[in-house]
Design a binder for this molecule. Sequence first.
Ligand SMILES: NC(=O)c1ccc[n+]([C@@H]2O[C@H](COP(=O)([O-])OP(=O)(O)OC[C@H]3O[C@@H](n4cnc5c(N)ncnc54)[C@H](O)[C@@H]3O)[C@@H](O)[C@H]2O)c1
Length: 297
Amino acid sequence: MSIWEQFSLEGKVAVVTGGTGVLGGAMARGLAAAGARVAILGRRAAKAQEVADDINAAGGAAMPLPADVLDEAGLRKARQTLLQTWGRVDVLINAAGGNRPDATVFGDLTFFDVSRAALEGVVGLNFTGTVLPIQAFGELMAEQGAGSIINISSMAAQKVLTRVIGYAAAKAAVDNLTRWLAVDLAQKHGPGLRVNAIAPGFFIGEQNRALLIKEDAEDPSQPAATDGRGNAGAGARTSFRSLTARGRQIIDHTPMGRFGEPDELVGVAVWLASDASRFVTGIVVPVDGGFSAASGI
Ligand SMILES: NC(=O)c1ccc[n+]([C@@H]2O[C@H](COP(=O)([O-])OP(=O)(O)OC[C@H]3O[C@@H](n4cnc5c(N)ncnc54)[C@H](O)[C@@H]3O)[C@@H](O)[C@H]2O)c1
């Protein structure tokens, strides 16, 4: 098999939960461009249809698969629809997730005030919302004896990021699940079943936009004319003028000096989904512009 054939997803079927969102949508488009047929699973049916339409218009193959990752009956129905349409599943990306404000220690809210409902809500979405789709679609992979599961973690799982207590705990659980399940599935169902995770650094998403950039600013994920240190033409660096204090702290601790672009996750997603990574399981790959390597000094 040539190296390009190893990376090809031709003939494979992928499900992307949260394919309706910024990062999941970019990865879904990337898998389709690499040859996979892609099901866009998300709570927002109209958005799932829109992403699938985009992919189909670009010459790929996609279908909407509306479902809530916390609704087991809905996931079973989605699995049935997938089987009736494409007959199999080879790749599952778990990108549905995110934080919620009431599980965030900020302003007047201290750690001691965070409610049980808020904690359970954020852990439910990010952790249980990863487990349930794996139970629904991973079972088919186990029957096939092959499949690649890719969970979406976060830097919050590896480094202490202030404020995001519930989200950090939930993503740490996703990392642990990734390793645990990699061992369990390989031992019980053979080496064709793999589980890995991607830990994105900081990307401008729908949920964190207001936390990172000022309202009237241009999108700093786009190349800036000058960087934050005043170097004209540096292009890829983020202009500090547009950042909130927290956004600036993040860029200060990101050696590459900018936020990620959603399609910068595609290379790793395709690698982990494809046979090119067939001896790789149980790892968490940072895609973070060096954030996790830097000490801040
Ligand atoms: N944006 C970042 O910088 C960043 C960094 C690290 C990790 N992440 C993680 O990446 C993933 C995607 O983040 P994003 O920035 O694209 O967020 P996003 O909000 O753009 O996308 C999340 C998508 O999941 C869907 N969703 C939410 N709850 C759902 C549910 N119960 N069932 C089905 N679908 C549901 C939403 O409708 C949305 O379309 C999340 O797990 C997030 O925690 C994001």
